[in-house]
Design a protein. Structure first.
Length: 531
């Protein structure tokens, strides 16, 4: 236990899990309209299923193929705690449950009664909880829908920052259990900070990885009770850690941090794309960690609004050093596509800028251009997605994330505008889960299984990736965003074998590129590339 006046550092093996109502927080648990649907149609249903038949959940998780499904990773000894969380949810989240029911009722009314005639008679019949916060609209084919006025929702009783918290605990190994289907119950040795994500205490706390502060100062700022002070003290050390080494060269350094996370640097600017940062822990897999992120991050670029590309867990820990965030522009108020800009602003991020398709934003020594990409969203009308083309010191680096080259003419047209690229980073998760794996809780009507299985979160296979490469003519091709680093199982539950299509297809692409004289590799763990 430290004295309150003793200067300490935050250890680098402290796991910081953001929670909403004790469930792992990702962007769709921030926006009120989507949070309501996930609480009603995912969290409560999973908990009720577990209480009714915990043995079913335990049996399912013995099958690796079922990890990532709607099964809780607890045994029957936790039933009482889960029952308590059900009661807490139905009480404290009553407003969100009302909102979810209102959304379902409104959508059913529109699908049954809005037949191309004026919407005006339907406004008085809109569920009371939504009146004044939605606009009823048709598209040009007379398909009805509701547009949420998100600014009003965030300022209503439906936005619940009091339900946000961060749980700190020691992390010693990479293989965290899959988190999206299991609430976080209290565990020995963990400390929950009951502060909204936007609280400046988090910036103070995570800055202490490199700048020591008095223990009493951070204990008070974080609101740690006396009975948890000893456990909280265990997360700190009087000793500093290794210092970040900035890039001082004349060219461009690209560092791969795992999955879709890369840092692009010149001696004048630092750019972090899709931050998903590993912790320091015992592992045979070499990696970069938070200690290897720049002391000042000039720009964070987000490619799309999925939990493995816009990770609140990493973003909160980096917020104190981020100057600007650039996010793809959303469709504006649809249930499936909430504004990512509004989500980040409401959890404490400043200088958040939306970038539209083929818009270019100037940066020191170059620019960032939004390049449209297709696929990965199960044919839903989701606009919050972009590939980023970074031009820096005369080099062009395109991070295409999970782009599925469904229509090769797209990149023919893109090339006519941006020209050849020097390095292409491309995801090849060419199987992917079905629509309902991620968006099922947002559906107000059942989707036929045959339809669901055809609408998947897929990236390019070898043939489609090859067509993209032919059109963009890169000198380097790197396959990334495959989700196979061991520290990603808690989000993606991916377990590849050498025979998995994602591996065989990416192997074929790498071999094809090399046969044509293109530098190519499927990335894993960490990699430094100098351009």
């Amino acid at each position: 236990m430290f004295n309150d006046s003793e200067n300490v550092y935050l250890r680098h093996n402290v796991l910081a899990e953001p929670l909403f109502n004790q469930w792992y927080a990702w962007p769709y648990l921030i926006a009120p309209q989507t949070a309501a649907m996930y609480v009603a149609n995912w969290h409560l249903k999973i908990m009720q299923s577990f209480v009714a038949a915990p043995q079913t959940h335990a049996a399912a998780l013995k099958n690796p193929a079922m990890i990532g499904g709607p099964f809780m990773n607890y045994d029957a000894s936790r039933i009482a705690e889960v029952k308590a969380l059900i009661n807490k949810t139905t009480g404290e989240q009553a407003d969100l449950l009302e909102l979810a029911e209102g959304i379902k009722t409104l959508n059913l009314m529109l699908s049954g009664e809005a037949a191309g005639y004026s919407m005006e008679p339907l406004y008085p019949r809109t569920p009371d909880c939504l009146r004044g916060m939605v606009e009823l609209v048709y598209d040009l084919n007379n398909n009805p829908s509701a547009r949420f006025i998100e600014g009003l929702l965030y300022r209503s009783k439906f936005y619940k920052p009091s339900s946000q918290s961060v749980v700190l605990s020691p992390i010693k190994r990479d293989d965290r259990p899959f988190i999206l289907s299991t609430p976080r119950l209290d565990e020995e040795g963990s400390v929950r900070l009951n502060l909204p994500f936007g609280d400046e205490a988090y910036d103070l706390l995570f800055k202490m990885k490199v700048e020591p502060r008095p223990f009493g100062e951070i204990k008070e700022a974080a609101g740690v009770a006396n009975d948890q002070a000893a456990a909280f003290a265990g997360f700190f050390t009087p000793h500093g850690y290794r210092k970040y080494e900035p890039f001082e060269g004349d060219g461009v350094r690209v560092r791969y941090f795992g999955h879709a996370c890369v840092v692009i640097e010149s001696k004048d600017v630092s750019i972090l794309i899709d931050p998903l940062i590993s912790y320091e822990c015992d592992s045979e897999v070499a990696r970069f960690s938070f200690a290897d992120t720049p002391d000042r991050i000039d720009y964070v670029l987000i490619t799309h609004n999925h939990q493995d590309h816009c990770l609140i867990e990493s973003l909160i820990q980096l917020r104190h050093k981020i100057n600007n965030i650039i996010v793809p522009k959303s469709a504006g108020g649809t249930l499936a596509d909430p504004s990512l800009k509004a989500i980040l602003q409401n959890i404490g991020f400043r200088n958040v800028t939306e970038i539209d398709e083929l818009q270019e934003i100037g940066i020191e020594g170059g620019s960032v251009t939004s390049v449209p990409f297709l696929g990965e969203h199960a044919d839903l009308d989701i606009r919050t997605k972009t590939a980023h083309l970074v031009k820096l010191n005369g080099k062009k680096i395109m991070c295409a994330a999970d782009s599925n080259n469904i229509e090769p003419r797209l990149y023919e047209r893109v090339h006519a505008i941006v020209g050849d690229v020097d390095a292409l980073f491309l995801g090849m998760e060419c199987v992917g889960g079905p629509l309902t794996w991620l968006y099922g809780p947002l559906l107000t009507k059942p989707l036929a299984r045959k339809m669901d299985q055809t609408r998947r979160f897929t990236g390019s296979d070898c043939a489609r990736a090859s067509e993209m490469i032919k059109r963009l003519n890169p000198k380097h091709v790197y396959v990334y965003a495959m989700g196979h680093e061991p520290w990603l199982t808690f989000l993606l539950s991916i377990n590849y074998t050498p025979e998995s299509p994602q591996i065989t297809e990416s192997d074929k692409l790498v071999e094809e590129c090399r046969s044509r004289g293109v530098i190519s590799e499927r990335l894993f763990g960490r990699k430094t590339i100098l351009l």
